[in-house]
Design a protein around this ligand. Sequence first.
Ligand SMILES: C[S@@+](CC[C@H](N)C(=O)[O-])C[C@H]1O[C@@H](n2cnc3c(N)ncnc32)[C@H](O)[C@@H]1O
Length: 276
Amino acid sequence: MTDAQSISDHWGKGDVFSKLLDTMKLAGIDPHSLTVEQLAPVDHFHARGFPATVELADALPIKKGDTLLDIGSGLGGPARYLSKRFNCNVDGVDITASFVDAANKLSALVGMDEAVKCQHGDGQKLPFNDQAFDGGYTQHVTMNVPDREVFFAEAYRVLKPGAFFALTEHGLGEVGEPHHPVPWSADGSGAYLMRPADTVAALVKAGFTDIEVTDTGDKYLQGYHQAIETAEKGKAPIFGVHILLGGQAPQIVRNAARNIAERRTHPVQIICFKPK
Ligand SMILES: C[S@@+](CC[C@H](N)C(=O)[O-])C[C@H]1O[C@@H](n2cnc3c(N)ncnc32)[C@H](O)[C@@H]1O
């Protein structure tokens, strides 16, 4: 099996869209009157979920009418949020076919399939022309990317001069050797964590400038602890990310928190620019 296939198998088990629909119904959500807000507990599939997308969006210079690129677009939650908030178009690309299928069907259900379009592909070989986008972002994707230099060079290629590029990820911590399973890997396979300083060096090598790195570990830790507490009280939402994480969800969330606390991972948000 190729690395791409095993990474995609890790994320998108089975018919993801049907699983989402079935769980929506269990949660009393009518798919025919679905809103972007109702999807938010599931389709912002990264640490801290929706609030983290909002904070990233607050920090980005997005303008009405922009065309953005979401690399590793997952179920399309961040793309739909940005499109709706800034009145812009977003193209998504993701290596997991069942996520792309679900993303496009969810966009159709909320009437956003013109503004947000996702397609199957690898961030290391983007299916877009040079200088096509006003900005790009990749949230919690690069942990699975073996060749960060190629990935960043591709992002650079498809961005217009002056465009922003934003990235959130679990970098490798000073102590290293994360406990598994974690959201991006069951046992360490398909995981390519890099120390934040090395990620910055790879961005510089690709040509990006004005690189701003923010530590997000404390906020993630708070978010994970909150999720653990809610689950322990039996109050986890029916329509939540456990649908995507599977049966090991409680252990995955505990490990994600423990890895940050033990400095095995080092989560960061990075914003940079392609020079004008
Ligand atoms: C944690 S999910 C994040 C999804 C989305 N960015 C979000 O924040 O809701 C990680 C995503 O990265 C995708 N992915 C991993 N490696 C990729 C690659 N090389 N190219 C494109 N997508 C990739 C996975 O398929 C998965 O959808």
